[in-house]
Write a protein that binds this ligand. Sequence first.
Ligand code: COA
Length: 155
Amino acid sequence: MPEDRLPIYRMLELYQYELSDIWDQDLDGHGEFGYALDRYFQSSNCKAFVALVAGKYAGFALADRATKVAADGNWMDQFFVLKKYRRVQVGATLARAVFEALPGYWEVGQMPANLPAQAFWRRTIGEFSDNAHTEHAITAGWWQGIVQAFNSPPK
Ligand SMILES: CC(C)(COP(=O)(O)OP(=O)(O)OC[C@H]1O[C@@H](n2cnc3c(N)ncnc32)[C@H](O)[C@@H]1OP(=O)(O)O)[C@@H](O)C(=O)NCCC(=O)NCCS
């Protein structure tokens, strides 16, 4: 929804700061990390989702088509749950809702050093796909990391 754009942008700033130990970025002249979010509100290939708990923003997901293993499919571009709402299944619930909203082939990637995210996605995707997913390590090119690939709904 258009009204979610600014809250997502501000949650992206929190997300980028939290990951700044492993995702090296500097603030711009406005004191922001910044993120090219407009395409999520302009292109049919880019979808933005928010998680709400009792009407309050609890996280977001951004999905596009920039798969890293296969030539085409859904790719989880960014995914975040505010600290207050962690470990109560907000992330798992949001992930399932996004997978179901965008049926087809899926890839989800994590930076090599983001071990908590790897644990979260292995558990969440393992449950969603009934362990029918495959896992890939990408070690060359501009994007490197761990990727889980699976289908929604599971085949
Ligand atoms: C990763 C993240 C999205 C998890 O969100 P969450 O709402 O806390 O996750 P859930 O409560 O749905 O967790 C589901 C299961 O995933 C696993 N899991 C979640 N967070 C974990 C962690 N920090 N360490 C290990 N396992 C974890 C657990 O098995 C958990 O079940 P349990 O709580 O019953 O043990 C959240 O910690 C986050 O936003 N982190 C910072 C941003 C980030 O790394 N995003 C992912 C980029 S790929």
